[in-house]
Design a binder for this molecule. Structure first.
Ligand code: ZN
Length: 131
């Protein structure tokens, strides 16, 4: 259960909020000039970030106001909440714990190198089973 801090109301239970998708998706200046593919890209394509992600939230049962949030999609840790219309806060000053993400990447690389030997073993086992 998340405890979300609404900029207007303070900390409330996540059941009072609705997720609104990726933040800072700019509406095209001239939508009529876009190709169908570009329009579809604007409508349906969003980032699928593993880590810190800027997203919109609506305090639907409270003040009914939209706001933005920076949230870690891995740990669900809410980094900051900020009003609509403002730019994404720079978390690099607080980003020292981000080295943890780098270590996760190193772990996945290690797993990746281990995978081929595992599959070679399973192929050998299959050959042995067919004989
Ligand atoms: Zn609120």
């Amino acid at each position: 259960m998340l405890l979300i801090s609404c900029p207007n109301c303070g900390s409330r239970d996540e059941t009072e909020f609705h997720y609104g998708g990726q933040a800072h998706v700019a509406y095209p200046e001239n939508p009529n000039e876009l190709t169908d593919k570009e329009w579809a890209h604007f409508l349906f394509y969003r980032e699928n970030t593993k880590g810190i992600f800027a997203e919109r939230w609506l305090h639907s049962t409270g003040c009914r106001q939209w706001f933005n949030m920076l949230r870690d999609t891995v740990t669900y840790d809410i980094k900051t909440v900020y009003p609509m219309g403002t730019s994404r806060p720079d978390l690099t000053a607080k980003a020292a714990p981000e080295s943890g993400t780098a270590s996760l990447a190193a772990d996945s690389t290690t797993t990746g190198t281990a995978a081929p030997s595992t599959s070679a073993t399973s192929i050998t086992a299959l050959k042995g089973a067919t004989k």
